[in-house]
Design a protein around this ligand. Structure first.
Ligand SMILES: CCCCCCCCCC(=O)SCCNC(=O)CCNC(=O)[C@H](O)C(C)(C)COP(=O)(O)OP(=O)(O)OC[C@H]1O[C@@H](n2cnc3c(N)ncnc32)[C@H](O)[C@@H]1OP(=O)(O)O
Length: 194
């Protein structure tokens, strides 16, 4: 069974997404947006260590290897972990749009079980933009980039300012991030929209 709620359907006056002129070239590794991100950071021992690359248009690809720490049922990936992999891949789209945005809504279909040691081949694209609302979709496939779809998601991301993180994050992590020149450089990469 599949289907999405109406808030994930772009309105008639939504516009096509535009690849930012300074977006990383297709195939370029995007790296982490934050060292301690559970999805992509190297500083999380049991994190997903998801590696995303810019795709054509406003899209990204990513790979995630399911490890034993990611189990739900014996030998199988936890569904929440798979949703996280989809969410993180969708979050990586903002390197290509050059917009800071957070997940407002994420609707996931789990179509096939995903065993430990499997590589999940992920792809995400922005389908439409309406004001601050960014409509996007993602798939995770088994066996290769053209393999069977194991998980998929439709999502709505909402554009925010850097202040969203500064105002809401725990002060010690915010302080540490602001003292880290690499983190400041990553944040500045998005500061293109006044
Ligand atoms: C440096 C880059 C960092 C990237 C990190 C990526 C990590 C991976 C992605 C994530 O997991 S992000 C973490 C999970 N998400 C959050 O923590 C977000 C928590 N929610 C919020 O902070 C606020 O609800 C949010 C910023 C999303 C929206 O609050 P706002 O006050 O800014 O907006 P508002 O409520 O006015 O909504 C703006 C529009 O979006 C719509 N909207 C907001 N939330 C929605 C929702 N959940 N479902 C449907 N529509 C939604 C809302 O109806 C409205 O539509 P209209 O413009 O048509 O009136």
């Amino acid at each position: 069974m599949s289907g999405t709620s109406s808030v994930l359907n772009p309105p008639a006056d939504a516009v096509a997404p535009v690849r930012h002129p300074d977006a990383p070239a297709p195939g370029e590794l995007l790296g982490t947006h934050y060292e301690h991100c559970f999805g992509c950071g190297g500083g999380q021992e049991h994190g997903l260590h998801l590696a995303a690359r810019a795709g054509e248009g406003v899209s990204v690809t990513a790979e995630f290897t399911v490890r034993a720490a990611h189990q739900g049922a014996p030998g199988l990936a936890h569904g929440g972990i798979l949703a996280t992999a989809l969410d993180e891949t969708l979050g990586s789209l903002h390197w290509v749009l050059r917009t800071i945005a957070v997940t407002g809504r994420l609707e996931t279909d789990f179509l096939l079980p995903v065993p430990v040691d499997t590589v999940l081949y992920l792809e995400a694209e922005v389908t439409a933009v309406h004001g601050r609302k960014i409509y996007c979709t993602a798939t995770g496939r088994l066996g290769g980039p053209d393999g069977d779809v194991a998980v998929r998601a439709d999502a709505l991301f909402i554009e925010v300012k850097v202040d969203h993180f500064i105002d809401n994050g725990r002060p010690e992590e915010i302080r540490a991030a602001m003292e880290d020149p690499d983190q400041v450089r990553r944040a500045r990469a998005f500061e293109v929209n006044p």
